[in-house]
Design a protein around this ligand. Structure first.
Ligand code: OAD
Length: 248
């Protein structure tokens, strides 16, 4: 095999030997599938829309139809795209590393679609809905014309089962993610700006417990200066190269 000289040999060696790793992904990993990130200047969703208008409980109370339609459009976009080589490389990494946990902030379901097992979805799943009144969840629902769908149990309005600003993360998911961050030898932060808590704190929890931190991003982030390795570029290119260089 020809060594990939742009990847540090020390990193390949370390990854090849590691028994436990946790990866945290953000919108950047799905960018090469054709989905927009949130904070990239010009192209990010939050460069065009205000999160207060679309991604808070107050926004839903004020205008449920506007919020429902915005997420319906995103659901449609997600349904039309496929996992990219970055998602598949993480599936391969899970096969190679004895204890591997994948934590994602993405609601697009692309990791599971690629074949990753036991994905911890910190911010929920856009393919599911939740009743705004009683909290019942569902993966299928009737979509009336020009109205927000209603809960079959209590008649309340249905909303996407994603975490909005000012809402708490699913407790069990967050606890499992925190445990995986504290207990891994290697922590990978991939395609996330690291600006949203509590997900952003996971890398620091891992660091505090002695993990080696690897960051993969097209831009520098607040984590970059503290990471042991910063791989600067697209995850859809770098992750497959990392897997290839490590396990052949
Ligand atoms: P952001 O949009 O904040 O950050 C995306 C990151 O991906 C940036 O640091 C980019 O530089 C990087 N990036 C872009 N394309 C990339 C590529 N091809 N390869 C590698 N990196 C790339 O998205 P998140 O960090 O995921 O929350 O945002 C966190 C949360 O904020 C989201 O889950 C969402 C949002 O509000 C909720 O919806 C609750």
């Amino acid at each position: 095999m020809i060594p990939d000289e742009s990847l540090p040999a020390r990193l390949i060696d370390l990854l090849g030997k590691t028994q436990s790793a946790t990866a945290l992904t953000g919108a950047g990993i799905s960018q090469e599938s054709g989905l927009r990130t949130f904070r990239d200047a010009q192209t990010g969703l939050w460069a065009q829309y205000r999160p207060e208008d679309l991604a808070t409980p107050a926004a839903f109370i004020k205008d449920p139809k506007l919020v429902w339609d915005w997420y319906a459009l995103r659901r449609e976009q997600i349904g039309a795209v496929q996992p990219n080589p970055g998602h598949y490389a993480l599936v391969e990494m899970q096969r190679r590393i004895p204890r591997f946990t994948l934590v994602t902030q993405n609601v697009d379901g692309l990791h599971a679609k690629a074949g990753s097992q036991g994905v911890i979805a910190l911010h929920g799943n856009l393919q599911r809905v939740k009743c705004f009144s009683c909290g019942a969840t569902a993966s299928a629902w009737e979509e009336p014309e020009n109205a927000v769908p209603r809960c079959t149990f209590c008649g309340g309005l249905l909303r996407p089962d994603v975490v909005w600003f000012r809402e708490e993360l699913p407790k069990e998911a967050l606890q499992s993610a925190a445990r995986a961050a504290r207990g891994c030898a290697v922590f990978l932060s991939i395609g996330t700006s690291g600006l949203v808590q509590p997900a952003a704190a996971l890398a620091y929890a891992a660091m505090h417990h002695g993990s080696v931190i690897i960051e993969i991003n097209t831009e520098r982030t607040p984590l970059t200066a503290k990471a042991d390795f910063f791989l600067h570029g697209k995850s859809g290119e770098l992750l497959p190269r990392l897997v290839q260089a490590t396990w052949g």
